[in-house]
Design a protein around this ligand. Structure first.
Ligand code: SAH
Ligand code: SF4
Length: 396
C-alpha cells in the first residue's frame, strides 16, 4: 500500500487508497509550501521545479481546479488527480454585504467536517490598524477600483477557548484549530473574489477574526509563511492580535523579522482587577507578565505595538481608566499606540456600548498623556461582521 504525508505539517501518514476514495476525501495541495509540493512531485517522479508552477497557479493566479493548471501537462494533471490530490482551497459559500462596503463570508473548508469559518473584507481598511494617516498616499492611487485600500480580517480557530466575557465568539467554545491551508485559504479566496493584484494593490491582513491565534501557534505561523513566501504578501502589512497568551508571545519574539507580523495585544482594561473580571485568562497571565513577554519582541524601525482596548460602557470607559492605561503603556517603555474599540453588542452579553462622548474623552485623555490613540469605527455591524460579533448567525 502506498503512503503519503498528509499536508498541514501533521507528519502523519495515510494510505493512498483512502485519500483517493472520492472528492470529499481527496488531499488538498492548497496549504503545502514549496518543499512539501516538491515532495509530492518527487513521488510522482517529477522534477522539483514543477512545484513553482503549482505555486504560481494556486497561490498567485488563484486557480481552483487542478484541471485548469495548463502549465502542467495534461498527463501530470491526470496523474495527480488519480493519486488523490485536488487543489482543495477553502471556498466562500455565503457572503453578507454591509451598507458600509464591508463583506462577511462563510468559508467552507473541504473535508469531512462541515464547519465554516468567518472572514471579513473591509474596503478602506478597518479605520484603526493603520489609523495614523499612513494611508494618504494609497488614497491618491488606484482610482479605477471601488476600493483603494482594504483589510482582510482572518480567523485562526473555529470558536475560541479564551472566554472573554464581552465576546460572542467565546460563546461557541473551541470547536477546532484551523490548518495552515484553511487560514491562508481564507485570504486567497478573498483576494480572488476581489481580483486583488498582490504587490500592486494595498491589502492589509489582521488576524483578528474568530479564535486565538497564539493558541494555534504552529498552524498560524505556517499560514503566515505561506502568505509571505508563496502568496507574496508582506508581513509588515499583517497584524496578529492576541488576548495575551504569554508562551505564544515569547515564541513570536523569536520569529525572524522578515516573517513576523506586527503585534497587537488585547489589553481591554486599566488594571489586573478589572481585566480578570472581563478576561479570565488574566488570572493565568496578568498584565505584567504579558508586558514582560512583549518587551522581548525586537521591533523593526518605526514599528509600534498596538494595544487594543474595548470600551465597555461604565466598566472600562471612565477618565481614570484612561489615565491608568496611559501609565501602563508608558511603563512598558515601548513605542506603542492604543486602538479604542467601542463594544459591539451581541445577544446575551451583559454589557453596554459606551457613550460616544466618553469614547472621545478617553482618546483625548490618552493623547494628553502622550499616548497616540485611535478610535476604530465599527465596520459591518449590520451584518454582524464587527469585532467580537463573528459567528452570530448564518441567517443574518
Ligand atoms: N482572540 C484574539 C483576536 C480576535 S478578537 C484577541 O482577543 O486578541 C479581536 C479583537 O476584538 C480583540 O481586541 C477583542 O478584544 C475585540 N473584541 C471582542 N469582542 C468584542 C466586542 N463585542 N466588541 C468590540 N470588540 C470586541
Ligand atoms: Fe477569543 Fe479574542 Fe474573543 Fe477573547 S476576544 S474570546 S481571545 S476571540
Amino acid at each position: 500500500m502506498m503512503l503519503r504525508v498528509v499536508p498541514e505539517n501533521s507528519g502523519q501518514l495515510v494510505p493512498l487508497d483512502s485519500a483517493a476514495a472520492g472528492n470529499e476525501s481527496r488531499v488538498p495541495l492548497f496549504g503545502l509550501d514549496a518543499a512539501a509540493l516538491a515532495g509530492v512531485l518527487a513521488e510522482e517522479g517529477e522534477p522539483s521545479w514543477r512545484a513553482d508552477q503549482i505555486i504560481e497557479a494556486i497561490y498567485r493566479q488563484y486557480i481552483r481546479e487542478l484541471s485548469s493548471i495548463t502549465t502542467l501537462s495534461l498527463d501530470l494533471r491526470q496523474k495527480l488527480a488519480a493519486g488523490g490530490w485536488q487543489i482543495g482551497r477553502p471556498e466562500i459559500t455565503k457572503a453578507f454585504q454591509s451598507a458600509d462596503g464591508t463583506e462577511r463570508y462563510l468559508i467552507q473548508c473541504p473535508g469531512p467536517t462541515a464547519e465554516t469559518v468567518e472572514t471579513v473584507w473591509m474596503p478602506e481598511g478597518d479605520d484603526g490598524e493603520a489609523g495614523d494617516g499612513s494611508n494618504d498616499e494609497a488614497r491618491a492611487s488606484n482610482e479605477t477600483k471601488d476600493w483603494r485600500r482594504a483589510t482582510i480580517c482572518v480567523s485562526s480557530q473555529v470558536g475560541c477557548s479564551v472566554n472573554c466575557q464581552f465576546c460572542l465568539t467565546a460563546k461557541l467554545g473551541l470547536q477546532r484549530n484551523l490548518t495552515p491551508g484553511e487560514i491562508a485559504g481564507q485570504v486567497v479566496s478573498v483576494l480572488d473574489r476581489h481580483a486583488v493584484r498582490v504587490g500592486r494593490d494595498r491589502v492589509n491582513l489582521v488576524f483578528m477574526g474568530m479564535g486565538e491565534p497564539f493558541l494555534n501557534y504552529d498552524n498560524f505561523m505556517a499560514a503566515v509563511r505561506l502568505l509571505v513566501h508563496e502568496v507574496g504578501l508582506s508581513p509588515q502589512r499583517m497584524t496578529v492580535s492576541t488576548s495575551g497568551i504569554v508562551p505564544g508571545i515569547e515564541r513570536f519574539a523569536q520569529e525572524p523579522s522578515d516573517l513576523r507580523p506586527k503585534l497587537a495585544i488585547s489589553l481591554n482594561a486599566p488594571n489586573d482587577e478589572v481585566r480578570a473580571g472581563i478576561m479570565p485568562i488574566n488570572r493565568k497571565w496578568p498584565i505584567s507578565s504579558v508586558m514582560d513577554a512583549v518587551r522581548r519582541v525586537r521591533l523593526r524601525p518605526h514599528e509600534r505595538i498596538t494595544f487594543e482596548y474595548v470600551l465597555l460602557g461604565g466598566v472600562t470607559d471612565r477618565p481614570e481608566h484612561a489615565r491608568e492605561v496611559a501609565r501602563l503603556v508608558r511603563r512598558t517603555g515601548l513605542p506603542a499606540k492604543v486602538n479604542l474599540i467601542a463594544w459591539n453588542p451581541g445577544p446575551g452579553i451583559p454589557y453596554g456600548t459606551p457613550e460616544p462622548a466618553n469614547v472621545a474623552a478617553f482618546r483625548k485623555t490618552l493623547g494628553a498623556e502622550g499616548i497616540p490613540a485611535y478610535i476604530r469605527q465599527p465596520r459591518g455591524r449590520d451584518i454582524f461582521a464587527a469585532c467580537g460579533q463573528l459567528k452570530r448567525t448564518v441567517e443574518a
